[in-house]
Design a protein around this ligand. Structure first.
Ligand code: KIV
Length: 287
């Protein structure tokens, strides 16, 4: 897929200004101030993290979407703390300078105590810069307790995949006036409770714009329109792995086709005895 800018230039050929050095919360706040859009992707492993770091992606999220993209589960609720910490450590090893966000899995922040304990695990065991949790107004105390304990928080609002059943499915949020008002109230409440970043999922741009105007922190969007300061896509959707994707996803590549081509070439080489060859062999020492 070739994505073009308004003048028709493929975006892959356009010069970009990557922020240099270690990306911190301060970098993201400056980017908001300077109106420099923030690109963010999910990432779940060491080699991919290394590649993404060289492309200048300033923010990586080890999302609980790993349960679906990596494990093939039907829902994100199957991600566990141990699984998330292990993946997040790997991503940090591959991308030491990115702003790294760990995703608090289902059930890991049900109480203030568990939220602080598990948030601390992300910081001390996986070296994240902040953790993300799916929030509504009821999470005010939890966000406050975490930030008081020194854990930087990104409040994820709007479509909450861990609560898909309670939200009546994977539905766009904030499409009615009362829902939009509630999202603005939730955003302000989370920032007042100490959240340093907001992430809005599947929200109309009109609502995102209201939220951007109501809060002073960077607002990241996942299908939340151009008004957000940054945008995140699930890596596997962006690379063309997922068959069914939400309408806001743009496919920027077709990695499965490249993997299939390489794997088919390998199978053919083995079957036709073209691989391995003498140059692949280990010799024996003459004695
Ligand atoms: O887990 C995830 O990948 C996410 C993104 C959809 C924002 O939370």
């Amino acid at each position: 897929m070739t994505v073009t800018s308004v003048d028709g230039t493929p975006t892959s050929q356009m010069p970009v200004q990557h922020p240099a050095g270690k990306i911190t919360l301060g970098t993201l706040k400056t980017m908001r101030q300077q109106q420099q859009p923030i690109a963010m992707l999910t990432c779940y492993d060491f080699p991919t993290a290394k590649i993404l770091a060289t492309c200048g992606v300033p923010v990586l999220l080890v999302g609980d979407s790993a349960a679906t993209t990596v494990l093939g589960e039907s829902s994100t609720i199957y991600a566990t703390m141990d699984f998330m910490v292990l993946l997040t450590r790997a991503v940090r090893r591959g991308a030491p300078d990115v702003f790294l966000m760990g995703d608090m899995p289902f059930g890991s922040y049900a109480t203030e105590e568990s939220a602080v304990c598990n948030g601390k695990r992300f910081l001390t065991e996986a070296d994240v810069d902040c953790v993300k949790l799916e929030c509504d107004l009821r999470h005010e105390k939890i966000v406050r307790a975490m930030t008081m304990a020194g854990i930087p928080v990104c409040a994820h609002l709007g479509l909450l995949p861990q609560r898909a059943v309670q939200q009546g499915g994977y539905r766009y949020q904030g499409r009615t006036e009362p829902e939009a008002d509630r999202l603005v109230r939730e955003s302000v409440a989370m920032v007042q409770a100490g959240a340093e970043l907001l992430l809005l999922e599947a929200v109309p741009d009109r609502v995102s714009r209201r939220i951007v105007e109501a809060v002073g922190c960077p607002v990241l969007g996942c299908g939340a329109g151009p008004s957000c300061h940054g945008h995140v896509l699930v890596l596997h959707d962006m690379l063309g792995y997922s068959e069914k994707v939400p309408r806001f996803v743009e496919r920027f590549g077709t990695v499965p086709a490249a993997v299939a081509e390489a794997a088919s070439a390998y199978v053919r080489a083995v079957e036709t005895r073209a691989y391995p060859q003498v140059r692949h062999e280990y010799g024996v020492k003459e004695s």
